[in-house]
Structures are given as C-alpha cells and as structure tokens.
Ligand binder design. Structure first.
Ligand code: ADP
Ligand code: MG
Length: 146
C-alpha cells in the first residue's frame, strides 16, 4: 500500500512548519526517510520535526557523527545523516537497529543511501527544488509505505 501527498512550500518557515506538524503527530517506532539534494531543506524540515516533538535543544546535522539522539522530547528522537556512510557495516557499529526498531521517532537524512536497511513500513519525504518556480520553492512529497 502506498499513499502519497504533495505539499508545496515557498519559504524555509513553511517547510519548518510542515515538520512541526509531522513531529506533533508522530508515533513511537515511526521512521521518516528524507530524500533530496544538498541544500533542499532536509535539516530545516528536521528542525521542525524536533520542535513538534517538544525538543528544545538546537538540532544540528550529524554529518560527521551520523547519529544524534535527543531524549528530552515527547519520545526519543534518532536523527541520522547518512551522507558520509561508506558501507552499511558502519550502521551496525552505530547500533542503528536499536533506533529503527525502538520506540522513538527515527529520521534519516539521505535515507536512499541505505535503502537496504530501511524497514518496509516507513514514510518517505522527498524534497525537490524547481527553480522556475522561484529560489525558495520546494515540492515536498510524502509517501507512506506500508
Ligand atoms: P539540506 O539539509 O537538505 O542539505 P538545509 O536544510 O541545511 O538543506 O538547507 C536548506 C537551505 O535552503 C536553507 O538555507 C534554507 O534557508 C533554504 N531554503 C529556501 N527556501 C526553502 C524552503 N522552501 N524550504 C526549506 N529550505 C529553504
Ligand atoms: Mg542536512
């Protein structure tokens, strides 16, 4: 089963607000994968999600650590950025299974790079630019795979 909806945003604030709404409605054990080129707004969206989970710490992209865990929100928040993952074994070392199959919200920037590790049931969030529609335009496609 696959359900898809498209949301268009015209500013970082709107993308952030979409993240907030998704963070507010997230349930324990859910997995969000974020797909999109560098600078499309994956981290902006993630910062909104964290706010929606009532996390107050600043969210920085864990580009070098791969994983950052936040425990103080409505549920644990596992923020991955797998851009620099060389091979999937690094994910084992990080202990990704405790996150993916745990009772927090997992969000994976560049999730497409570790597709083989992503459980079938997850939500894919694709962010695309379209420069013809303006520099700040983003098309965000949310696809629930179950
Ligand atoms: P990524 O994590 O995908 O590499 P970032 O979230 O770090 O990207 O950066 C996105 C950049 O694009 C920010 O500088 C942000 O201000 C800008 N931006 C412009 N318009 C939008 C929009 N509609 N949604 C999200 N970010 C936007
Ligand atoms: Mg990022």
């Amino acid at each position: 089963m696959m359900e898809e909806r498209v949301i268009e945003t015209a500013s970082p604030e709107e993308t952030f607000a979409l993240g907030v709404r998704m963070g507010e409605t997230a349930r324990p054990g859910e997995i969000y994968t974020l797909i999109g080129d560098l600078g499309t707004g994956k981290t902006v969206f993630t910062q909104g999600v964290a706010k929606g989970l009532a996390i107050e710490e600043p969210i920085l992209s864990p580009t070098f650590t791969i994983l950052q865990v936040y425990e103080q929100g409505r549920m644990p928040f596992y923020h991955f950025d797998v851009y620099r993952i060389g091979d999937p074994e690094e994910m084992e070392e990080i202990g990704y299974e405790d996150c993916f199959y745990g009772s927090g919200l997992t969000l994976i920037e560049w999730g497409g790079l570790i597709e083989e590790l992503i459980p079938r049931q997850h939500t894919e969030i694709r962010i695309e630019k379209d420069l013809q529609k303006g520099f700040d335009y983003r098309k965000i496609t949310i696809c629930e795979v179950a």
